[in-house]
Every structure is written in structure tokens, then in C-alpha cells.
Write a protein that binds this ligand. Structure first.
Ligand code: DP6
Length: 327
């Protein structure tokens, strides 16, 4: 009889994603069960590629952009690995190598694409039967936003009540939305999202209200996506970003993520709509970069104006991306 040896390896490419309805805070921080549902769009310009192999001689090493990962980043990966082993009873050690297609120093979080790729690679390389929901749940344990990366286009992460019920589903395939990422600062952020979320729960007077508004914004956002209503999508996304930062900026952290250029860009985007008849909206995550949402025909005029403004250190142009893919 022929002796088949399973190739216990996989390469996965996953995109980062941008939240239009923001996740901020967990009702269960151990399992990353969020306070509210969120909705995101996949970014085709920001990708992580992860090669993963199982082998008895491996030591669970994780190489990120050619460097052996240690410290907090590795602890999170070890947590995902431990949970994968618990769920699958597949406990062979791994060796993984991961690369981002954008410079690590760009100050753009790679946790969504990175953990999305890791979770997908673990299931794919193991040869076990799995579903998108399994990948989404496992990715969530590394980084909440990673729960949404498996899906092409737009994804809805259902908060759920526990590990089983908290995962993301696709809502809509990629369309022609454009996202201009204006990098205002390349150094690492002063405080992690996780830490800032936990502080927000106890210190911001607006934490609960933001979550209520996010819940109320889900249905209108779903309708806007269904009807290709860019104006409503943009207005809700910008409001969500403002609410998120109203929470963050009222913790004891002061104003941890914005810089003067962030504010200048927010005003720039508002002025595009108000004075120049260019429809664009901003959104900002737990960092100083400003992401500008617009239609294809507005990309060129916006980028020209951005370049003249000389506020952004770098500009990344993105369309709506795919989900994570086996390479
Ligand atoms: C503001 O769970 O992705 O982007 O892993 O520390 O990056 P890190 O945190 P993560 O939190 C993301 C928070 C957010 C909003 C969102 O993506 O919904």
C-alpha cells in the first residue's frame, strides 16, 4: 500500500480591514467578546502572508518580517495556538513565517491581517475540516478586528455572548469604494487598543453611549451597503470614528492617538465636502492615521490636494479587498 504523507503546511494571504462601525471594548476580555457588533471593509492594499508548517521538531517559532517574534506579540500568538490545540486536539508544534506587504514602521496595525492569516493557516495546514466561522472565532482570540478578515468585501462581526456565538459573516462582496490612508506618524502607538479599551470601560463617561449608538448604527449601515448609498455609509463611518475618539479622549490617557496632523486632516476632509463639492469622509482607529473614504473619481483630486498640503508622511491607496486566501 502506498504510504501517503500529509503535507502539514499552508500559506495564507489575508487583508487588513477597516471598521465602519467600530468595535471598542469587550464584555468578556479573556475571549474578546465585544460590547457591540461591528462592520468592516477589507483593504486590498494591506496584506499579511503567513507560511505555517507543523512538525515534531519545531518549537512554535514565529518569524515576523524576518525577525523572531518575542514579548507580548508572541504571548498573543501562543494564546491562539493553545486555544487551537484545545479545540482541535491537534498539538504538533509549528514553525511560521509572516510578512506584511506594507512597512512595519508605517504605523498601521497589522494585527487584523496577521491573526486572520495565522488562524486560517492553522486550520488549513492541519488538514482538519473547518468553516469560515471557525477561522473567524480563532482569529478573534488574537485580535478582535481579525475576526472580520476572512471575508471578502464587507463583514459583520456579531458580538454574540460567548466563543461559539461571536464571529463574523460576509455582508457584501467587494465594490468600488476607495480608501486613502494618510500616514501622519510612523512610530508605534503609545498604548495598545486592548489596554485603551479596558481603560475606556471604567474611565470614559461616554463608553456606554458609544456602544448604544454603534448598535443603532448597524441597521442603517447594512441598508446603506445594500443600496450602494455612499453618503449614508460615509456619514455613519465618520460619526462612529468621532464617537470612538470621544471615548478614548475622555479616559485618563489624555489624547493618546491623535497628533496635530490628524486634526488637520480631519478638517481637510470636512472642507472637501463643504467647500469643494468632493464627497469624502474620514475614519480613524486607535492611532494617528486618517483613512479617507471616497468614490473612484475623487481619488485623484483628493491625492493632489493631500500632496500640496504636505501633512501626510505617506499615502497608501486602497480598494476593497478579498478575504483570506490559501496560496
Ligand atoms: C479601533 O482588537 O484590532 O480598530 O489588536 O490591539 O489592534 P489590536 O486591537 P483590535 O481593535 C481594533 C479597534 C479599532 C476598531 C475596529 O477595528 O473595529
Amino acid at each position: 500500500m502506498k504510504n501517503y504523507k500529509l503535507a502539514l503546511k499552508a500559506t495564507i494571504r489575508a487583508n487588513s480591514n477597516l471598521a465602519l462601525i467600530k468595535y471598542w471594548g469587550n464584555k468578556d476580555p479573556y475571549w474578546n467578546i465585544p460590547t457591540n457588533d461591528s462592520i468592516s471593509v477589507s483593504l486590498d492594499a494591506l496584506k499579511s502572508t503567513t507560511k505555517l508548517e507543523f512538525g515534531d521538531d519545531y518549537k512554535d517559532d514565529f518569524i515576523l518580517n524576518d525577525k523572531l517574534l518575542t514579548g507580548e506579540g508572541k504571548d498573543r500568538i501562543d494564546f491562539v495556538l493553545a486555544k487551537f490545540r484545545e479545540f482541535s486536539r491537534f498539538d504538533t508544534p509549528i514553525h511560521a513565517e509572516s510578512e506584511n506587504n506594507f512597512p512595519t514602521a508605517a504605523g498601521i496595525a497589522s494585527s487584523a491581517s496577521g491573526f486572520g492569516a495565522l488562524a486560517h493557516a492553522l486550520y488549513e495546514a492541519s488538514g482538519l475540516a473547518y468553516t469560515n466561522d471557525d477561522v473567524s472565532r480563532l482569529a478573534r482570540l488574537g485580535s478582535g478586528s481579525a475576526a472580520r478578515t476572512i471575508h471578502p468585501g464587507y463583514a459583520h462581526w456579531f458580538a454574540g455572548e460567548n466563543h461559539e456565538t461571536s464571529y463574523a459573516k460576509q455582508i457584501k462582496p467587494p465594490d468600488d469604494l476607495k480608501i486613502i490612508v494618510a500616514i501622519t506618524e510612523k512610530s508605534a502607538k503609545p498604548v495598545s487598543s486592548f489596554e485603551a479599551m479596558e481603560l475606556s470601560k471604567t474611565q470614559s463617561p461616554f463608553f456606554v453611549e458609544k456602544a448604544i449608538q454603534s448598535k443603532d448604527n448597524i441597521e442603517p449601515m447594512l441598508t446603506a451597503l445594500k443600496e450602494n448609498d455612499f453618503s449614508t455609509l460615509g456619514q455613519i463611518a465618520q460619526k462612529e470614528a468621532n464617537n470612538l475618539h470621544a471615548v478614548i479622549n475622555t479616559t485618563g490617557l489624555g489624547i493618546p492617538y491623535w497628533n496635530a496632523r490628524t486634526l488637520e486632516l480631519m478638517q481637510f476632509v470636512n472642507a472637501l465636502r463643504e467647500n469643494e463639492n468632493i464627497e469624502a469622509y474620514y475614519t480613524i482607529d486607535a492611532g494617528p492615521q486618517v483613512k479617507i473614504l471616497c468614490k473612484p473619481e475623487s481619488v485623484k483630486p483628493i491625492v493632489n490636494r493631500l500632496q500640496n498640503l504636505e501633512v501626510a508622511q505617506d499615502i497608501i491607496l486602497s480598494g476593497v479587498g478579498n478575504g483570506s486566501q490559501v496560496m
